[in-house]
Design a protein around this ligand. Structure first.
Ligand code: FAD
Length: 521
């Protein structure tokens, strides 16, 4: 009798499951056809995950989350939305590492891109024409949902590597290509958006289009840095170069900003084709008095003298420099590094170095993540401010912002980054906006806040920084911008706005995609 009761219960739950899943989903706003409805989750936990991001500041609840098992699921969803008198919004979500709700939608559908990886793990990263070393047409085809760490690990098996990576690699290919994808390698090889040979994109009309600089180029350049506005990237072809085995990783400390920035500019000024001895990576960090100093890079015996240098100066600047090498050039590398830093004007004896594998260097931020996570310091609010500053005004920025706002207010927590890059490695036809000078700096205040009160303080500080730049006539461009009014977006894009708007009309006329950016809604 017990077995038959159990069997009846089992049948009953199967019938209930079929009824629930086969019925078209219907709410006030959204009706989804049967075939797609079964792939849309409305599970509370899934919805809650899609309602937040790495910023933990903005929260928007979607109607549902599409768990696609193929590229056509996404295309069908977009087509369906287009067919309705009142289309619903759709937002691709890579790793959700935005900080201002950019991958969210209020009552629309979030597409969980990572689900594409689950279907056939590994087969969405395919290396071609490399034969153990890089050749001119050595590249990798990767799904837009793939994380850069997986792309790197796969290419390294072939002795090759993407040339331009971000500081943190647990970001999706589609996510960074929708912004720019920058790091200390950008000065040499350009941002990640300058390192793409071809894309497959599902446009806002649901059409799957292959594009490149020579084929459907309008869509290609629109999507690169396009903040998800014109289509969903489902494949990117990325050029590869030979992978080094090891790196010399140096940090040089300066107490004078002018010497620091001149040296950074000197290091990025060479022509990549001619100079095999040039730096492979150049970044910079602030060390601020009265704030928690992260000295984990430096030998413990040097901590007291570094702390005292920072205390004396209030603010010091750390130039971070990397030179790649192979194990067979061990001796030569010492000479190359000596030549590189020979003329630099850091505080004498304040030069520190590590010798690590290429992978260890590239995965450095994940090492921080593994340290911070168990302490509950990773999944907390991140009121970040990222901006590009023209070189001609960087010393005004140092005085007005680093010294007069950041240092004085003493509320900075997290990392502050500053490094220059060359405009000639950026393609002007791309959607990304940058300052109109040959050299410009990234300045990133990567704050981590312990609660809402701290979020407000950092937001007020960010606002003050932007106001200072505006009042001083420093023509900055925000990077990873968000939470702007329509008018502020128009200002952000400046001379590129008209084109951006025209492309939206062409590729996503019903304004369905990436509403979380707040540009057209
Ligand atoms: P998501 O947050 O999921 O999405 C971002 C935007 O892209 C959304 O509008 C979304 O709709 C859209 N999108 C996502 N996938 C696709 C797709 N396949 N096709 C079209 N649109 C899509 N950036 C740098 O440049 N350099 C760095 O060194 C760097 N370091 C970082 C370190 C950390 C710890 C964090 C949290 C972020 C960092 N970023 C850096 C920022 C990061 O590049 C962006 O936030 C990026 O968007 C994150 O990728 P994601 O996959 O999480 O994107």
């Amino acid at each position: 009798a017990m077995i038959s009761t159990l069997m009846s219960l089992l049948w009953l739950s199967i019938i209930v499951f079929i009824i629930v899943h086969a019925k078209p989903i219907k709410s006030q706003e959204i009706t989804i056809p049967r075939k797609l409805a079964s792939k849309i989750s409305r599970n509370a936990q899934v919805l809650s995950q899609a309602s937040t991001d790495y910023g933990h500041i903005i929260h928007q609840k979607p109607f549902g989350v599409l768990e696609p098992t193929s590229v056509s699921d996404i295309a069908n969803l977009i087509k369906h939305s287009n067919s309705l008198p009142q289309p619903f919004t759709i937002s691709a979500r890579g790793q959700g590492h935005s900080v201002l709700g950019q991958a969210m939608t209020d009552n629309g559908i979030v597409v969980n891109m990572t689900q594409l990886n689950g279907v056939k793990k590994g087969s969405r990263i395919v290396v071609s024409n490399c034969d153990g070393k890089s050749t001119l047409d050595c590249y990798v085809d990767v799904g837009g949902e793939q994380m850069w760490i997986d792309v790197l690990n796969e290419t390294l098996k072939h002795g090759v590597t993407p040339l331009s990576l971000t500081d943190y690699l647990y970001l999706s290919v589609g996510g960074t290509l929708s912004n720019a994808g920058i790091s200390g390698q950008t000065f040499r090889f350009g941002p990640q958006v300058s390192n793409v040979l071809e894309l497959d994109v599902i446009t806002g009309l649901g059409e799957v289009v292959t594009c490149s600089s020579s084929k459907n180029s309008k869509l290609f350049y629109a999507v690169l840095g396009g903040l998800g506005q014109f289509g969903v990237i489902t494949r990117a072809r990325i050029p590869l170069g030979s992978a080094p085995r090891r790196v010399k990783w140096l940090r040089l400390i300066y107490n004078d900003f002018s010497a620091f920035s001149k040296d950074q500019e000197h290091l990025i000024s060479f022509n990549k084709k001619d100079d095999i001895n040039g730096a492979n990576y150049v970044e910079g960090l602030l060390l601020l008095n009265k704030q928690h100093l992260d000295l984990s890079f430096y030998p413990p015996s040097d901590h007291p003298r570094i702390t005292s240098l920072v205390a004396q100066n209030g603010i010091t600047y750390v130039l971070e420099l990397v030179k790649y090498y192979d194990t067979n050039s061990q001796q030569l590398i010492e000479e190359v590094v000596d030549d590189l830093i020979g003329e630099l004007k850091f505080v004498p004896t304040f030069m520190f170095q590590k010798d690590v594998t290429y992978e260890e260097f590239l995965d450095r931020v994940h090492t921080d993540e593994l340290f911070l996570r168990p302490k509950g310091l990773w999944d907390i609010p991140h009121p970040w401010l990222n901006m590009f500053i023209p070189k001609s005004r960087i010393s005004d920025f140092n005085e007005g912002v680093f010294k007069n706002i950041i240092l004085k207010q003493s509320i900075s927590a997290g990392v502050s980054i500053v490094y220059p890059m060359n405009r000639n490695t950026w393609e002007d036809r791309m959607s990304t906006v940058i300052p109109d000078e040959d050299v410009f700096y990234l300045v990133a205040f990567l704050h981590a806040a312990k609660g809402l009160e701290e979020v407000k303080k950092f937001q007020a500080q960010n606002h003050e920084i932007l106001k200072f730049c505006n009042d001083a006539g420093i023509k900055i461009k925000e990077y990873l911008a968000g939470n702007k009014t329509h008018q502020e977006w128009i200002q952000h894009f400046g001379s590129k706005w008209k084109l951006f708007e025209d492309k939206k009309t062409k590729f996503d006329p019903k304004r369905i995609l990436s509403p979380g950016q707040g540009i057209f809604q």
